[in-house]
Design a protein around this ligand. Structure first.
Ligand code: HEM
Length: 171
């Protein structure tokens, strides 16, 4: 496959790092918004509307940046020397990305939709932190994995040793 020219690779890297920042930052913001919701003590339609903003935030902000990261990963894989499976740190990034997606879709979004259903059905009369426990665990997991991916990206470890970027890039 044809390699990207150096200038395009630099532009891709800037876009990649900016998207990584926004993605991680937006998940942290969702976590704190969740704290606000589940500590509000609100019930009924007001609570359902408040919590309902969480899936909207995921849909409008978090997921588009997640998709952008996957697209950039595909571009790196197809059009650069990094490839998909050649380097261990890239393989680890793909695996961790997969788990971030699972924790997002089957984790936090699903658990918030369940909370909204319970609020609408009257099974929860007023929000308490314990109602959001699952949600917080899933979002904390996403944050932890995204921080790990960031650390792996910067350190670019190879063969079990943490090499510096220069050594690993030349790998
Ligand atoms: C699986 C999808 C991903 C692939 C294939 C991928 C691939 C890459 C590659 C090849 C580089 C080196 C770019 C260069 O030096 O020219 C890079 C850098 C970087 N990536 Fe990713 N990435 C992915 C996902 C992520 C995610 C999810 C994050 C963080 C949330 C992230 C954060 C970074 C950062 C911060 C750098 C810059 C590291 C540095 O040069 O010091 N990446 N990525």
């Amino acid at each position: 496959m044809k390699r990207l020219p150096a200038g395009a690779l630099k532009a891709l890297k800037i876009a990649h790092v900016v998207c990584a920042q926004v993605w991680l930052g937006s998940v942290v913001a969702v976590f704190f918004y969740g704290l606000h919701c589940f500590n509000s003590g609100l019930g009924g339609p007001a609570a359902a509307e408040m919590v309902g903003l969480i899936p909207t935030l995921y849909q409008r902000v978090v997921l588009p940046f997640g998709v952008a990261m996957i697209v950039q990963g595909l571009v790196y894989g197809l059009f650069s020397q990094y490839g998909f499976v050649r380097l261990r740190w890239i393989r680890i990034k793909w695996i961790l990305m997969f788990f971030v997606m699972i924790l997002t879709g089957a984790g936090s979004i699903r658990s918030v939709l369940e909370t909204i259903r319970k609020l609408n059905a009257g099974e929860i009369t007023s929000l308490a932190p314990s109602d959001g426990l699952q949600f917080f665990v899933f979002v904390a997991g996403q944050i932890a994995l995204l921080c790990t991916i960031t650390a792996i990206s910067v350190l670019k470890p190879k063969d079990g040793k943490a090499g510096n970027g220069k050594t690993a890039a030349a790998n």
